[in-house]
Design a protein around this ligand. Structure first.
Ligand code: GLN
Length: 191
């Protein structure tokens, strides 16, 4: 987990319950040897600032390009996007998605919805949205893998990269975490 700010502990707990070893990453050198990386939800401007001030931008771009599974949830999805509405400094800018921050308005800052997600079998996934971004558009090689009933895109995948505008780590359903661990591209390139 990138552990600069946000809810990385909840992701850790879920993956540890699934039997995986997890680590809190606070220095770029700690990325070496990792099989997969989660960029958690939190406050995207804060995480972006800490990415820049800790020299993480180039190492994170290289990690994403290495083909290893990389997943951004909520603020993490904002940081993976190439285009973000109202982010005052660059993130990692690696996924071909365009994201709007705090897109669901004040009355519905937080809500839950049942989603169908490509690659997730079984009943709908109960998704928790907290001051969530929405994915305005997705272009090749990224593709939408889940939408709300009104067609709003809330999850996307681009090879080894996954972005969700909701927080699977805050539920007791580990199917998204299980999917994440399968999306590596050992050929590299991250496409
Ligand atoms: N609103 C936050 C942001 O734009 C994201 C919220 C979240 O990660 N739950 O950074």
């Amino acid at each position: 987990m990138l552990a600069l700010q946000g809810d990385f502990r909840e992701h850790r707990e879920m993956l540890e319950e699934m039997g995986h070893a997890t680590f809190e990453i606070r220095k770029p050198s700690q990325l070496e040897g990792l099989d997969a990386l989660i960029i958690p939800g939190g406050e995207s401007t804060t995480i972006a600032r800490l990415i820049l001030s800790n020299g993480f931008q180039a190492p994170l771009r290289a990690f994403c390009a290495s083909g290893r599974p990389t997943w951004g949830t909520c603020a993490g999805a904002i940081l993976l996007a190439r285009h973000v509405d109202r982010l005052d400094r660059p993130g990692i800018e690696t996924m071909n998605i365009s994201v709007q921050r705090n897109a669901f308005g004040r009355q519905v800052d937080s809500f839950e919805a049942d989603l169908e997600v490509d690659g997730v079998d079984g009943p709908p996934f109960r998704a928790v949205f907290i001051r969530a971004p929405l994915i305005l558009s997705v272009s090749y090689p990224a593709r939408a893998i889940s939408t709300l009933a009104d067609g709003t895109i809330v999850a996307a995948r681009q090879g080894n990269l996954l972005a969700t505008s909701f927080h699977p780590e805050l539920t007791h359903d580990n199917r998204l975490h299980a999917l994440f661990l399968t999306i590596g591209d050992t050929r590299g390139g991250g496409k």
